[in-house]
Write a new protein. Structure first.
Length: 72
């Protein structure tokens, strides 16, 4: 997925440097923020699966990014 589709850097650094690591993308940040709720809502699910949680969190993050770009 291209960086522009991921929302860019979640916490961009002031200034610029060719050696600077961009860190997590906004997509990663959104997914991380939703993960606890995804797991909490799945506690009654008999299939506790980390890949399933990650997939769901990124689907939510993608929806958040799509909404963000459609309203701006």
């Amino acid at each position: 997925m291209a960086i522009d589709q991921q929302g860019g850097a979640a916490f961009p650094a002031a200034g610029s440097s060719d050696n600077l690591e961009p860190g997590m993308t906004l997509r990663d940040y959104f997914a991380a923020q939703t993960l606890a709720e995804v797991i909490r809502q799945s506690e009654s699910d008999s299939e506790l699966n980390a890949r399933k949680f990650a997939r769901t969190a990124y689907k939510i993050a993608d929806a958040m990014l799509a909404e963000r770009t459609s309203t701006s």
